[in-house]
Design a protein around this ligand. Structure first.
Ligand code: ARG
Length: 464
């Protein structure tokens, strides 16, 4: 046990208590952030005259050597240390002696861990932005290539009206555009530096918090020292954004699973993104999509867990907050992994365009257009709706589509039908005549695709 706080105690900590309290097994992930923060702190301490420039230089090179040695595998992070902060400080003192003992001047582990978490989360926001952007680029390509790939659109999982594959994918594009903007918002709101808040009430040293914030790329320092050490809103916001991303991926996965099924056959997943069965030789399963759908629950769980952990904590720092890490790490790793795998899966899937078109032609997806045809011939819409309803019933009996009926059969149901009905309710017309903003016709789709292209070209990922 190598603790930072033995002076006041007359007994050793019980081993079980030590293990229960320690966080080194998981917060060692913060090593790069902890070192980066400590270097900024030491630089600031020297700038305001609390330590000498010589001490600063020894601290900076000592910190660099610790990070390098851990990366090189010559220095091991062990459970002998309570947490990553203790590990760094103890090793620094080992390496540079007394100057190392000055690093923690004007600082507490409370503001130190608050900083580490912020730096880590800020880096994760950038990473998530990059992955959402990569996914949107794949979606944009699919949209661009499939303006004339017709498929049925569904409501209640019943065939409703035909759309294009481009249009269907465009719906997800909108979701991920919102996800991206949520990440950007979180970044802006959280990008303030808590270091210098001390344990909870600032410090009597003349710290230059503006300088520390600048050195670490923050917009400025946080403005209340008690809030600084007890705020985890930005983690909650990011988990919430991740939960929404996962919800979108999960819905999309559900569709991929349906489309890839034998019954639909709209797509075929690449062998590299499918798995087999140990017993049934014919199987090719969409496990990746199922896992993405399944892992969504884990990310929701992390959000609920952190909200619940935070809800009863009085100001300022309390040890409950150590629980923020494992679940946040897990949720972020999960979301990043799912984004990348999902992207690879949809970038490599094959589209069965003919099957999609046949499916759109079956199932009366042109019934609304047939009713609209009668309206254009002067029949009031409510009457037209009734006529087409009877027509559909007739077709169901006969086992055919509306446009497979002869003109005589159509006229027998309503005399307004003419030869031009076939053109009016063809799959192509049904999609291409829908030209309002946001509809699946070529013209509005092109406009959206152009807008997306400009949006993607101008999209920058925030710095880590
Ligand atoms: N491991 C602690 C955490 O993750 C670091 C802060 C410890 N502060 C303290 N007062 N015990 O929250």
């Amino acid at each position: 046990m190598a603790q930072l706080w033995g002076g006041r105690f007359t007994k050793e900590t019980d081993q079980l208590v030590y293990d229960f309290n320690a966080s080194i097994t998981f917060d060692q992930r913060f090593l790069p952030q902890d070192i980066r923060g400590s270097k900024a702190h030491a630089t600031m301490l020297a700038a305001v005259g609390v330590i000498t420039e010589e001490e600063r230089d020894r601290i900076l090179s000592g910190l660099d050597s610790i990070l390098n040695d851990v990366k090189a595998g010559t220095l091991e992070i062990t459970t002998k240390y309570e947490d990553v902060h203790s590990f760094v400080e103890a090793n620094l003192i080992d390496r540079i002696g007394d100057a190392g003992k000055k690093l923690h001047t004007g600082r507490s582990r409370n503001d130190q861990v608050a900083l580490d978490m912020r730096l880590y989360i800020r880096g994760e926001v950038s990473e998530l932005e990059a992955r959402v952007k990569a996914l949107m680029e794949t979606l944009q390509k699919l949209m661009d290539e499939n303006l004339s790939t017709y498929m049925p659109g569904f409501t209640h999982l019943q065939k409703a009206q035909p759309v294009s594959f481009s249009h269907h994918i465009g719906a997800y594009m909108e979701m991920f555009k919102r996800d991206f903007s949520r990440l950007t918002d979180i970044y802006q709101r959280m990008n303030y530096c808590p270091l210098g808040a001390g344990a909870l009430a600032g410090t009597t040293y003349p710290l230059d918090r503006n300088l520390t914030a600048r050195l670490l790329g923050f917009n400025g320092p946080t403005l209340n020292s008690m809030d600084s050490v007890s705020d985890r809103d930005y983690c909650i916001e990011l988990l919430s954004a991740c939960a929404t991303i996962m919800m979108h991926l999960s819905r999309f996965s559900e569709e991929i699973i349906l489309w890839n099924s034998n019954e639909y056959g709209f797509i075929e997943l690449d062998d590299a993104y499918s798995t087999g069965s140990s017993i049934m030789p014919q199987k090719k399963n969409p496990d990746i999509a199922e896992l993405v759908r399944g892992k969504t629950g884990r990310v929701y769980g992390a959000l609920t867990a952190l909200l619940t952990t935070m809800k009863g904590i009085p100001l300022a720092y309390n040890k409950d907050m150590q629980e923020d890490k494992e679940l946040t790490f897990d949720a972020l790793d999960t979301t990043k992994g799912c984004l990348t795998l999902f992207n690879g899966m949809i970038a490599t899937m094959q589209l069965r365009k003919d099957t999609m078109a046949v499916s759109a032609m079956r199932g009366f997806t042109n019934a609304t257009d047939a009713a609209d045809y009668l309206v254009k011939k002067g029949v009031p819409f409510r009457d037209a709706h009734g006529i087409i309803g009877r027509l559909v019933l007739f077709c169901i009996d006969k086992g055919c589509a509306i446009d497979e009926l002869s003109l005589e059969e159509l006229k027998a149901i309503d005399p307004h039908f003419e030869e031009d009905i076939y053109e009016a309710i063809s799959l192509e017309t049904c999609v291409e005549a829908r030209n309002t903003i946001g509809a699946p016709g070529h013209a509005p789709m092109k406009a959206v695709i152009d807008e997306n292209a400009a949006f993607l070209a101008g999209l920058t990922v925030d710095p880590a």
